[in-house]
Design a protein around this ligand. Structure first.
Ligand code: FAD
Length: 188
């Protein structure tokens, strides 16, 4: 895709939302697409018109709902029993996907291959963070999943994860180390 900007950038460009706040496909602040820390209203920022005030109010209400506190007294640390934000959801999903790939057979049966393909193809449709899902869908069109065996699947997944890492400005993971990270542990 030619659009590599994060939704955050696009939202910020409009100047209507606090930095890092992400809108969902319905145009409203999206809780599951936004990191918890970004639910705080930007310091010193005042609504400049009625629409902005409405956006901020909607965001504050959702933030309070997410944290179980009032928006006046929001903690910086995410309470343990909060619903997941984009980071908790992402981390948990990667743990599941990388571990499942690490234990996938070297020589999968046709049924195992078909089930793995179904699992992966479901993600762009069902993954709750909508902008994450659509980025993954675009990636999967260019790089179709390789479910022919444990090693190619682990590599394919590692590369998809690295695409997200890169987009978020994080370090790339060494894909030669997926077994060590997700199956065998360090050799010491
Ligand atoms: P994570 O990136 O969650 O990684 C967890 C652990 O996996 C790391 O500690 C590391 O040990 C290991 N690891 C890291 N990279 C690799 C790799 N390449 N291969 C194998 N293991 C690795 N967030 C957004 O803000 N925008 C998005 O568009 C977005 N898209 C996503 C798409 C999908 C399909 C998923 C599952 C998540 C997405 N996320 C997105 C969430 C994001 O990838 C992270 O999960 C989140 O930012 C938390 O990052 P983290 O630093 O805790 O580590």
């Amino acid at each position: 895709t030619s659009d590599t900007t994060q939704p955050n950038d696009r939202n910020n460009a409009t100047g209507k939302l606090p930095p890092g706040m992400v809108l969902g496909p319905d145009g409203k602040p999206c809780k599951i697409c936004t990191a918890f820390r970004n639910w705080k209203p930007a310091e010193g920022q005042q609504a400049q018109n009625r629409k902005q005030a409405q956006d901020a109010k909607a965001a504050a209400v959702m933030a309070a709902a997410a944290s179980g506190t009032s928006s006046q007294a929001r903690p910086d640390v995410r309470p343990e029993n909060c619903p997941p934000d984009v980071e908790v959801l992402g981390r948990s999903t990667w743990v599941f996907l990388h571990t499942t790939a690490a234990y996938y057979p070297d020589k999968p049966s046709p049924t195992q291959r078909a089930n793995m393909l179904n699992l992966l193809h479901a993600l762009p449709v069902l993954y709750p963070c909508s902008h994450c899902a659509s980025h993954l869908g675009e990636e999967m069109q260019v790089y179709p999943p390789d479910v022919s065996g444990r090693i190619p699947l682990s590599r394919w997944l590692c590369e998809r994860h690295n695409e997200v890492n890169e987009r978020l400005g994080k370090e790339k993971f060494d894909c030669a180390k997926t077994d060590e990270r997700w199956k065998d542990g360090p050799s010491d």
